[in-house]
Write a protein that binds this ligand. Structure first.
Ligand SMILES: [Zn+2]
Length: 294
């Protein structure tokens, strides 16, 4: 995992879910577990084990069922602040502002506070008109579809929905079931692949189904990657979300993270070995429907 963190973030503007996300997921998991465990344990937990409380409980228990129930209710009510957490929308865990996604197959468009010049002060969007660490001016274009993996199997939407420490901002986040969340608009510059590539690319983070060494993904994810590629190709010679597109469905235009920088293993052996298959499937989809949809 540490190798992957380093490998995925050589330049600061590149990013991928890392141990932070894992620890967040663990923390959330622990909280859920604790909450589940608190209810049955509450009367016996440390919080409720003071002598007076225990004595009251024993007295109550001896005086009748209804009082005992009241005591249990009182005990239970003490954990209400924790239980009162609002339900979390798994497709929008940070309750971000939503919009109709530009990619019509996406289930949501979320205004993630990412893809900005400074994600801690999300005022100015990172600009497709500059490239490289020296931020030299370029003519904006989208001519690459760049495939990444998360390097972990735990859902990363929460991590990708906040101003994460590496300002990871892929265009799309692709889950095991093939569902896509559009995290930033396709016209906005992602922050995924490095300063020499972000300005010209649409980037997808693919949640792994298995961990190292294979880092496999699901059949549904493979299909959706091909769908995204075919969709992007329908904009060739036109503009997508305000940005000119020059894109063909081939291995020059559909690339992986490690093909832009040899220092990363992203997107892992499985996806890397299937890039030709993704291109072939995308060509098939495109031939069936070469016009922009939506
Ligand atoms: Zn990557």
């Amino acid at each position: 995992m540490k190798m992957e963190i380093f490998a995925e973030n050589p330049r600061g503007d590149d990013a991928v879910p890392s141990t932070t996300a894992v620890s967040v997921a663990l923390t959330l998991g622990e909280r859920v577990l604790n909450r589940q465990m608190q209810r049955p344990q509450a009367p016996d937990s440390g919080e409720y084990s003071s002598a007076p409380t225990r004595r009251r409980f024993l007295i109550a228990a001896g005086t009748g069922v209804s009082v005992t129930a009241a005591e249990i209710w009182l005990a239970a009510s003490r954990v209400v602040p924790d239980d009162a957490m609002p339900a979390v929308d798994p497709d929008n865990p940070r309750n971000l502002k939503q919009y109709d996604p530009v990619y019509e197959r996406a289930v949501r468009g979320l205004e993630a506070p990412l893809g900005f010049e400074d994600c801690a002060r999300p005022v100015a969007r990172a600009n497709r008109g500059t490239a490289g660490r020296d931020r030299h001016a370029v003519a904006p274009v989208i001519d690459r579809f760049i495939i990444h993996h998360t390097g972990t199997t735990a859902d990363q939407l929460d991590f990708l929905s906040r101003c994460n420490r590496r300002s990871s901002a892929p265009t799309f986040y692709l889950r095991h079931d093939g569902s896509v969340i559009e995290l930033i608009r396709p016209g906005a510059k992602p922050s995924s692949t490095g300063a020499d590539w972000n300005w010209r690319s649409v980037a997808v983070e693919t949640l792994n189904e298995t961990d190292a060494p294979e880092y496999a993904v699901t059949t549904a994810q493979m299909e959706e990657l091909a769908q995204m590629v075919a969709w992007l190709a329908t904009f060739d010679g036109k503009s997508l979300d305000g940005v000119p597109v020059s894109f063909a469905i081939d291995r020059d235009h559909v690339i992986s993270h490690q093909e832009t920088w040899s220092g990363t293993e992203c997107p892992g052996p499985y996806l890397q070995s299937r890039l030709d298959d993704i291109v072939a499937r995308a060509q098939q989809i495109f031939e069936e429907n070469p016009s922009p949809r939506g």
